[in-house]
Design a binder for this molecule. Structure first.
Ligand code: PLP
Length: 436
């Protein structure tokens, strides 16, 4: 069966086909100067067509939560695909029903939670926008600068980075300053950023809002953690204006931040709606909106049909992911291995002046490059040079942040302490090379 589809594996042939047949919109997002073709993945490792091994610190854009081709996840999805690959949501199927129950059980206790499965994170974001507007009867939404919420028109309208925004997005979104503790416009602290929410509601909305969307840790924005008190304070202020608090856990969820299953838990806030995707399926396409029941119930009047939402194959993968997280203690591993890696990154900061900041929690980490530590002027060139050099060292990272001056690390949660040494040593060499 492996030969059923004839495939030409050479990098040159793949590059030529992409160049000829991909639309420009799908060609832009290319990280390295030379094409990179991966042939195989296993847990935290990848192999290219020449057999070179890499540590995947990007986790294929945070989709690989418990490990590439994790045998238990693949087996669960394969078994389901062989039995019944797809079952439209109008018919009942136990796999998504079980998964909805299991996901709801991960939410804060004392509330009734309901689940709507989508195909992707941005679809889930769109649905959360509709739910918030329908439930509250308000139109205006708040989002954070440097936020990323997805490529659909509605999700783009919440995205606070110009490079991801295209013409024709819907409006009624007001942006507030992201509480970036390293380079935020109000400096470090929480209160000035919360005051900004109040000012924005008073000046850029009708005074009544449908809600605020907050990534509990901003991902593409360059691993921007919400400081203590921000998420709960934002929820309080938005609720006072009639709105809901919507947590985007697409990157930060499923135990990645180490201390909690959901990163919003670090601030004691109980969201009204939680959006999740990516790591939920360990590479199988899936997203979900988990909402308080009363909020989900307002959607009873009209159809909201995602063709592949609640697809049993992806949901079988999702169920297996939750089981693996519990059995293999991946959240605890994220905490321990992430802490060890953070230490090593701080050590690199001592020795390489290009590193302005090191930050993050669990296995959601970043280093930010600057031209000068005092002025904090972002250095995209050094970032690109280190990034390229890391390829040679067998490390795959991501260039992130609005200035492409951040190296983001969001590996599969099975990264080991031995890997930490390889990562730190490889980065050390890459910084030395970049400075030469
Ligand atoms: C925080 C966040 N929200 C939403 C999305 C959109 O998810 P998707 O790409 O599955 O549509 C992304 C994707 O990168 C994301 O990082």
């Amino acid at each position: 069966m492996a030969d059923y589809l004839e495939t030409e594996w050479s990098s040159a042939a793949t590059a030529a086909r992409r160049e000829r047949y991909y639309a420009q919109s799908q060609k832009k997002f290319v990280p390295f100067k030379e094409p990179m073709v991966f042939r195989k993945g296993s847990m935290q490792y990848l192999w290219d067509t020449e057999g070179k091994k890499y540590i995947d610190l990007l986790g294929m854009n945070v989709c690989i939560s418990v490990g590439h081709s994790h045998p238990k996840v693949v087996a669960a999805a394969m078994a389901q695909a062989q039995e019944l690959t797809h079952c439209t949501t109008m018919f009942y199927h136990p796999t998504p029903a079980h998964f909805a129950e299991e996901l709801a059980a991960t939410m804060p206790k004392g509330h009734e939670w309901v689940v709507h499965f989508t195909n992707s994170g941005s679809e889930a974001i769109d649905l959360a926008m509709v739910m918030a507007r329908t439930y509250t009867g308000n139109l205006d939404l708040l989002a954070l600068r440097t936020a990323y919420h997805g490529p659909t028109s509605a999700a783009q309208s919440l995205t606070g980075i110009a490079g991801f925004r295209h013409p024709g997005m819907p409006g009624n979104v007001a942006f507030v300053a992201e509480p970036n503790q390293y380079r935020g416009i109000f400096g470090p602290g929480t209160e000035p950023y919360l005051d900004e929410i109040e000012r924005t509601i008073a000046s850029a909305t009708t005074g009544k809002v449908a809600g605020i969307f907050v990534e509990s840790v901003q991902g593409y924005g360059g691993i921007v953690e919400m400081p203590k008190g921000y998420m709960s304070g934002a929820a309080e202020r938005v609720r006072a204006a009639g709105g809901l608090y919507i947590a985007d856990e697409v990157q930060s969820g499923f135990g990645r931040t180490g201390d909690h299953m959901w990163a919003f838990e670090s601030d004691g806030v109980v969201p009204d709606i939680v959006v999740m995707a990516k790591g939920i399926g360990n590479g199988f396409p899936l997203g979900a909106v988990v909402a308080r029941k009363a909020i989900g119930d307002v959607m009873a009047e009209k159809f909201m049909f995602h063709t592949y939402g609640a697809n049993p194959t992806s949901c079988a993968a999702g169920r297996a992911v939750l089981k693996v997280i519990a059995e293999e203690k991946t959240q605890e591993n994220s905490r321990q291995v992430g802490a060890a890696l953070l230490e090593r990154l701080k050590d690199l900061q001592q020795r390489h002046t290009a590193i302005g900041d090191v930050r993050g929690r669990g296995l959601m980490l970043a280093i930010e490059m600057v031209k000068d530590r005092k002025s904090k002027e972002p250095d995209a060139d050094v970032t690109a040079a280190v990034f390229e050099s890391c390829r040679g060292q067998g490390l795959i990272l991501s260039k992130s942040g609005p200035n492409r001056s951040v190296l983001r690390m969001v590996p599969p949660m099975c990264l080991s302490l031995q890997d930490v040494d390889r990562v730190a040593d490889g980065l050390d060499r890459a910084f030395t090379e970049a400075a030469a």
